[in-house]
Design a protein around this ligand. Structure first.
Ligand SMILES: CC(C)(COP(=O)(O)OP(=O)(O)OC[C@H]1O[C@@H](n2cnc3c(N)ncnc32)[C@H](O)[C@@H]1OP(=O)(O)O)[C@@H](O)C(=O)NCCC(=O)NCCS
Length: 185
């Protein structure tokens, strides 16, 4: 049974449930959505990520979540908190926030609406000291959102990821402290 973590005007943010991998595969795992994320994943890769996320949720009380559109009950995105686990990152274990939205719902403000709730959760019940977000220069929508949220560019945390193509390197990072969040929002 999934837990509801937050509710916004248009979205419910809930934990991962059995059967979500197939829905994610169908609705979110498209070449367009996954273009800057290493391309679409196989079902078993999505299932493995869900298993890891559910384990993190059980151990630490946070994870990635699904965004459910209240008006339709449909899955429209995936966002949440994980621990930086890229083996090449210099800041493994820090609280990392991330997001993706179904392509037929882009530019409706869903990512921002969801991630504001995720950041409140991170600095509230989760008690994260700060959060980071990872992207690349090529992923303009993503870093523009980071800047809109008041996140601060951290060149000192950039790194090369040989598993990503050249156009998605280096991986760049932004960070946000609770103080920065409260003074920005
Ligand atoms: C990044 C992504 C989640 C944004 O989702 P979205 O719901 O369309 O974003 P929102 O409508 O909430 O936009 C919020 C802000 O993000 C930025 N933004 C979003 N899309 C943008 C675009 N195409 N170009 C420039 N800025 C964009 C803007 O700052 C925007 O604020 P504004 O509308 O006032 O200009 C979506 O494009 C996506 O799923 N991309 C593919 C997955 C991905 O790469 N995820 C990020 C991994 S790091």
């Amino acid at each position: 049974m999934a837990d509801i973590i937050a509710e916004t005007d248009r979205l419910i943010l809930r934990t991962i449930d059995e059967g979500d991998a197939v829905e994610q595969m169908r609705l979110l795992n498209t070449p367009t959505v996954m273009a800057r994320l290493g391309g679409p994943k196989e079902l078993h890769e999505i299932e493995a990520k869900h298993a890891k996320s559910m384990q993190l949720c059980a151990q630490r009380g946070f994870s990635f979540l699904f965004l459910i559109e209240k008006a339709t009950g449909e899955m429209v995105g995936h966002a949440g908190i994980k621990l930086v686990d890229n083996p090449h990152a210099p800041n493994q274990g820090e609280h990392e926030i991330g997001w993706l939205v179904r392509e037929d719902r882009w530019r409706l403000g869903y990512a921002e609406e969801a991630i504001r709730a995720v950041i409140d959760w991170a600095f509230g019940r989760v008690g994260a000291p700060h959060v980071v977000a990872l992207t690349s220069e090529a992923n303009v929508p993503s870093w523009k959102l980071m800047e809109k949220l008041g996140m601060v560019r951290r060149e000192d945390l950039d790194f090369e990821d040989p598993d990503y193509p050249q156009e998605d390197n280096p991986v760049i990072q932004y960070s946000l402290t609770q103080e920065q969040w409260e003074s920005h929002s």
